[in-house]
Structures are given as C-alpha cells and as structure tokens.
Design a protein around this ligand. Structure first.
Ligand code: MN
Length: 128
C-alpha cells in the first residue's frame, strides 16, 4: 500500500524538514506538528497510518503522548515510532518498554529509517 499518511511530531524545524522530504520522496503523505498536544488531536482527526514521535518536546513529552494515544480507543491501534536523540542504551530500553512500535535515533540514518517505516507499516497491514 502506498501513499499512507504519516504524522511527524518534532519540534526541531530542520529535523522535521528532513523527515518530511525523505518520506514524501518515497511517496508517503505527511502531516506535521511541533507539539504532543496537537499530535493527539491530529491523530484523532486525521487517523495517520503511523506517528513518528520525538521524545523531547515543549510541553508534553513523547512518552506521555504515547500513553495518551494508547489510552484513547480511536488512536490506540496507530503504530508509533520514537525518533529521538536519546541514543544511550538505557534510554532505548526505556522507550521500547513504554510500548513504542519502533525506535530510531537522531541523527537519522536515512536508509535505516525508511526501512523501519516500511517494517512498521507492513506489520500494521498484517494486523488489519
Ligand atoms: Mn525535540
């Protein structure tokens, strides 16, 4: 399936632009927001196929946003990939233990990132 909508939650404009360009060049549609609060609303309204979630955000952080998404029946099943500069091993464990579907660290390796997006979307298609 091509053209899925991917919601990018990232407060850094350069990172947001990179991710948007990479995804759009692969044929995905994108939506963007700088805050977790807006992401919760967008997730409910736009029903993205995947959410890319920065962890360190102004206001609500990405971990709390994930918990809110999972607590809401209308967003519970949307896969969420953490995209974070927290590259330290214990952070990765903590992030995956929180229930994220995948994890990519910044700076992004574009090829690995695209592969991870495809993997998560394929797993989602298997479930539905
Ligand atoms: Mn950030």
């Amino acid at each position: 399936m091509a053209g899925e909508l991917i919601l990018i939650v990232e407060d850094n404009a350069n990172n947001r632009m990179l991710v948007r360009d990479v995804l759009q060049s692969r044929g995905y549609q994108t939506a963007e927001t700088e805050t977790a609060e807006d992401a919760l609303t967008l997730a409910r309204d736009a029903r993205p196929a995947l959410i890319l979630m920065d962890i360190q955000l102004p206001g609500m952080n990405g971990m709390d946003a994930l918990a809110r998404l999972r607590a809401d029946a209308s967003t519970r099943d949307i896969p969420v990939m953490a995209v974070t500069a927290s590259a330290m091993t214990h952070d990765r464990h903590k992030i995956m233990a929180a229930g994220f579907d995948a994890y990519q660290s910044k700076p992004l390796n574009v090829r690995e990132f695209v592969e991870a997006v495809r993997t998560v979307l394929a797993a989602r298609d298997q479930r539905s």
